[in-house]
Write a protein that binds this ligand. Sequence first.
Ligand code: NI
Length: 188
Amino acid sequence: MGEPVLRRQAAPIPESGFGSAALRSLVADMLDTMRDVGGAGLAAPQIFESVAVCVLEVRDNARYPAFPEIPLTVLVNPVVTPKTSGAEDEDASGIAVYEGCLSVPGLRGRVVRPRRVSLAAFGLEGEPVVAEYEGVPAAVLQHEVDHLNGILFIDRVDGKTLTYLDEYERNVPERERIQDRVPLVERR
Ligand code: NI
């Protein structure tokens, strides 16, 4: 936090870059970094590359033990659109997660995000990716795509919930760490 690259709009990868050696090498670096530090995801600006690429993966994650598994996902030029209406308004509700960020080390804070989103992106080779995410994976996805738009979770956090990690472990009960189907009006 404080590096200007984290606040810039990341540049889209041109079609000519899909599947390129440079893109492969960037993604390999991102996966190494994410796995080294135990992230649930990583965006290219976090390793000082201002391009619209992010990765997601959760598998027995020690930093986020309550997160469901997310398969390894590489997203190029992702666009996320919240689903803001649906049967019984369930789609319009939120997912609240005490988020952390490798670029904001040592802190957690409660962020409310739309619980269901649609994703349009490209894969590493330029293959179209269209998907829907809900719950915690939707929150992780939105956190990473925010990075590509120069947004950090502290911009969306309820400031009064910000906590250092030790205090998080001590003071935030498990049931409050992830809360599904909360009112979205809390969103910042
Ligand atoms: Ni982050």
